[in-house]
Design a protein around this ligand. Structure first.
Ligand code: FAD
Length: 420
């Protein structure tokens, strides 16, 4: 097999066989690597990249090229019999002795998925003294809760929890495992997925079941949030996904609901465990303002990004008993800090009332607020995406609209006070 001066294997023309059709020249991707001379194709060895395309099109078999072509990789088959995996499981994250809200939100979603699969909702719970949380998980919608209750699990240690959740999944064999995309959930999901040798789709904004194959459809923003991708985990189990807090709706709690709680044995890893010296509680940023907890959110966009008029928007939020959030454009301008940012790279919020003031509604913003109960858009552009998804749209300059709203609210409050 001839090689060029760079040591690359190249094609070779058999001049006596060449019929001068020039198909090879048309197919060659490198300009000047092939030419005709005396009615016969010629290869310039130093330009040839050894792709073999000329060989494929030659009708006269006049080109020699024996380079071994790369084999197409077949989709791998998972090691486990997939049919053994049943049920939709939720990892019940525990925060300061209580079930985290995101776990209950996921139990609500799991109920919908389980109904489509005609299967059970399973709670997976780790910790110390956690039986009351297992009961709560049933009240929120779990049919059965598997728990490992052990002093070693009192605080979160990646390796210990990783092994424990892996062991739970290996024993229970759920088809689907959902975790909150919290700092703990993100860490744990990746460890468990690695031990379980399965796939993981992080930060999903939508979960559904495919009607035909009964696979979990995991939808999340990709390419900088410009498109939504739906990802499948066809050949491995469990199908794992993380979802950020407040993306799914909180289900109603029913203390009368009945279910089963099973305690499984936990074998702590044999290696030496780290010793926790002290916990330093997380400080609440922004003087106690947590936009994810506000029931009313007035969100400032670039169209209202002005330090002189910010107090007016704060007043509107105050009159409604809410807080002020913002779009990324406003954070970038320096007017408000990152902790107030709503969206894909900020916080996910689902207030009872979201008021977007001068927010266009870019997809990266919408994924962080679209589950809000009521959406009001204040915008000069009636075609802005935020206006399109809003329940109510006030088309106009916010400098005219917001003072009118404030006036109306103040009048109502005065009237209520007068009526006692
Ligand atoms: C990877 C990536 C992640 C991102 N993450 C986020 C994120 O987490 N959160 C986020 O918000 N963005 C995010 N973005 C940015 C996002 O794409 C948009 O650029 C941003 O949301 C735009 O902010 P805006 O709506 O405030 O501004 P603009 O898009 O500029 O919209 C301003 C709006 O104000 C209206 N307006 C103008 N003047 C007035 C007026 N006087 N009265 C009323 N309305 C007026 C305009 O009609 C317009 O609709 C991200 C982008 C990328 C690439």
């Amino acid at each position: 097999m001839p090689k060029n001066s760079k040591g690359r294997e190249i094609a070779e023309i058999i001049p006596d066989k060449c019929i001068g059709c020039q198909l090879c020249i048309g197919e060659c991707p490198v300009k000047g690597a092939m030419r005709m001379e005396g009615g016969v194709a010629i290869i310039d060895p130093d330009k040839c990249v050894g792709c073999g395309k000329c060989v494929d099109v030659c009708p006269a078999n006049s080109i020699l090229f024996e380079k071994v072509r790369k084999k197409k990789v077949e989709a791998e088959k998972g090691p486990q019999p997939i049919d053994e995996y049943r049920g939709v499981a939720v990892f019940i994250e525990v925060h300061q002795g209580k079930g985290a809200d995101v776990a209950w939100e996921l139990v609500g979603k799991a109920r919908e998925l389980a109904a489509k699969l005609d299967t059970q909702v399973i709670g997976l719970l780790l910790g110390k003294g956690i039986e009351p949380i297992a009961k709560e998980a049933i009240a929120y919608g779990c049919d059965i809760v598997y728990m490992m209750d052990n002093p070693v699990l009192e605080i979160y240690l990646s390796k210990v929890y990783g092994k424990a959740l892996t062991s739970l999944c290996q024993q229970v064999k759920p088809a689907i495992v959902l975790l909150g995309a919290t700092p703990l959930g993100r860490d744990l999901a990746s460890i468990a997925a690695t031990y379980l040798k399965t796939g993981l789709t992080a930060d999903c904004t939508g979960l559904d079941i495919d009607d035909e194959e009964k696979l979990l459809l995991m939808t999340r923003p990709t390419f900088g949030g410009n498109i939504m991708a739906t990802i499948l985990c066809r050949n491995y189990r469990p199908q794992m996904s993380t979802v950020r807090p407040r993306v799914m709706k909180m289900p109603k709690k029913d203390p009368e609901r009945r279910g089963e709680i099973r305690l499984l044995d936990f074998q702590p890893p044999r290696d030496e465990l780290p010793r926790v010296l002290e916990f330093i509680p997380r400080k609440l940023e922004l003087g106690g303002v947590d936009i994810t907890k506000a029931s009313v959110l007035v969100v400032v966009g670039r169209g209202a990004c002005n330090s002189r008029h910010l107090p007016m928007l704060e007043e509107l939020a105050h009159l409604l008993g809410g807080a002020v959030g913002c779009s990324r454009a406003v954070v970038e301008s320096g007017l408000l800090p990152y902790m107030r940012q709503v969206g894909q790279t900020g916080k996910t919020v689902a207030p009872k009332l979201y008021i977007g003031v001068g927010v266009s509604g870019a997809v990266q913003h919408l994924v962080g607020m679209q589950t809000s109960e009521r959406i009001i858009a204040i915008n000069t552009d009636r075609h802005a995406p935020m206006v399109q998804i809003a329940d109510y749209a006030l088309i106009g300059d916010y400098l005219q609209v917001v003072p009118e709203l404030i006036k109306g609210l103040e009048a109502r409050i005065k009237e209520r006070v007068r009526q006692g």
